[in-house]
Design a protein around this ligand. Structure first.
Ligand code: E4P
Length: 217
């Protein structure tokens, strides 16, 4: 399973990338606004930090506008993935860009039917938002299961990028379902590393080691 981080905070990205376990980055207009930086500059900065796919979302809602923005965004760096919304125009842009060899992430996916369309449009990634479905009392992870089944039935190459992740159990459930990627807020990515028994066990080992008076180097 690939791990992307869902942020435009370059300090966070640098720190998480140093783990060697970060495969890519997703951003959205809200995260760009939060960064307080110019969109094109922050995407360029992120692309230098992380060699994997970096999703940059168009702001236009019509086909021509999306294509014009995509042309600007994909010039920033080779690893830019163009993110388009799951709308009729977004899927048309996805098909056109994908046919041209550009990686596209279709975002704001909330149903299996939408995911099927994204795959048919040649998306590199589809982003189902599990947390936002859970928020309204629907089964976010159930959607991932349905999409995985449909994609496997037809051997679609579109990768399921689990988005709107709220906690580590979302990550584990998605991994059990074989989802290809999860994009995680920095705190959720950090939480994956933690277990209180690891901390407790390490503290005990270090205390005992100190008693030996030895050093390894
Ligand atoms: C995905 O690419 C989106 O940026 C993101 O996961 C949305 O998550 P949210 O529901 O926490 O805003």
């Amino acid at each position: 399973m690939k791990f992307f981080v869902d942020t435009a905070d370059t300090a966070e990205i640098k720190s998480l990338a140093s783990s060697g376990l970060l495969d890519g980055v997703t951003t959205n207009p809200s995260l760009i606004a939060k960064s307080g930086k110019k969109f094109v500059n922050v995407i360029a900065e992120i692309c230098e930090i992380v060699p994997g796919p970096v999703s940059a979302e168009v702001a236009a809602t019509d086909f021509d506008g999306m294509m014009a923005e995509a042309r600007v965004l994909r010039r920033i760096a080779k690893n830019v993935t163009i993110k388009v919304p799951l709308t009729v125009d977004g899927l048309r842009a996805c098909k056109t860009l994908s046919d041209d060899g550009t990686a596209v992430n279709v975002t704001l996916c909330f149903s299996p039917a939408q995911a099927l369309l994204a795959a048919k449009a040649g998306a590199s990634f589809v982003s189902p938002f599990v947390g936002r479905l859970d928020d309204i009392g629907q089964d976010g992870m159930g959607l991932i299961a349905e999409i995985m089944e449909i994609y496997q039935n037809y051997s679609f190459r579109t990768e399921v990028l689990v988005a709107s992740v709220r906690h580590t159990m979302h990550v584990i459930q998605a991994a059990k379902l074989g989802a290809h990627v999860a994009t995680l807020p920095p705190d959720v990515l950090r939480a994956l590393f933690n277990h209180p028994l690891t901390d407790k066990g390490l503290a005990a080992f270090l205390a005992d080691w100190a008693k030996t008076g030895q050093s390894i180097v």
